[in-house]
Design a protein around this ligand. Structure first.
Ligand SMILES: [Fe+2]
Ligand SMILES: [Fe+2]
Length: 152
């Protein structure tokens, strides 16, 4: 059966970092790379620990912490720099946790990260970085270009 559900069950591909994904804010770019590495670890763990709920719970807790810290950094940066799209961007961050919760609610039964969760996660992070986070980088570039330089 070739419906969407059957297709979504397949394990997604690893994410590969490339300079195209840089948004030009070093700290944020480093955190994005760390999120990519962790996604790829989860992908590998999904194979190894498909039947180990305890490992899954630890992996989810780590995932949630990494994202929470990363989102806090971005949100602080947006507020400090007067980014006009702050509220919409924060809504997207909150949406990520809603998605995560909707999956983790079933986690004890599922036992491990399934292909569907990993596919959703992969799509979300790629789209968010290359569209929403990129907007923050572009805003800061324009802002810095417009600001008077302290250089003599
Ligand atoms: Fe981000
Ligand atoms: Fe973001």
């Amino acid at each position: 059966m070739k419906d969407g559900r059957t297709k979504a069950k397949g394990k997604p591909k690893a994410v590969v970092w490339s300079d195209d994904l840089r948004i030009g804010i070093d700290e944020v770019d480093r955190e994005h790379q760390a999120l990519f590495l962790y996604f790829n670890e989860l992908l590998a763990a999904a194979d190894r620990h498909a039947d180990a709920p305890e490992t899954s719970r630890e992996a989810i807790a780590k995932l949630e912490l990494m994202f929470r810290e990363h989102f806090e950094h971005e949100e602080k940066l947006m507020l400090e720099t007067g980014y006009p799209g702050y509220h919409g961007h924060k809504d997207r961050h909150d949406e990520f946790f809603s998605i995560l919760r909707s999956f983790t609610a079933f986690q004890p039964e599922v036992g491990g990260f399934d292909g569907f969760f990993l596919s959703v996660f992969r799509n979300w992070i790629l789209y968010h970085i290359s569209v929403s986070d990129r907007e923050i980088g572009l805003y800061l570039q324009r802002r810095n270009a417009a600001a008077p330089s302290d250089e003599p």
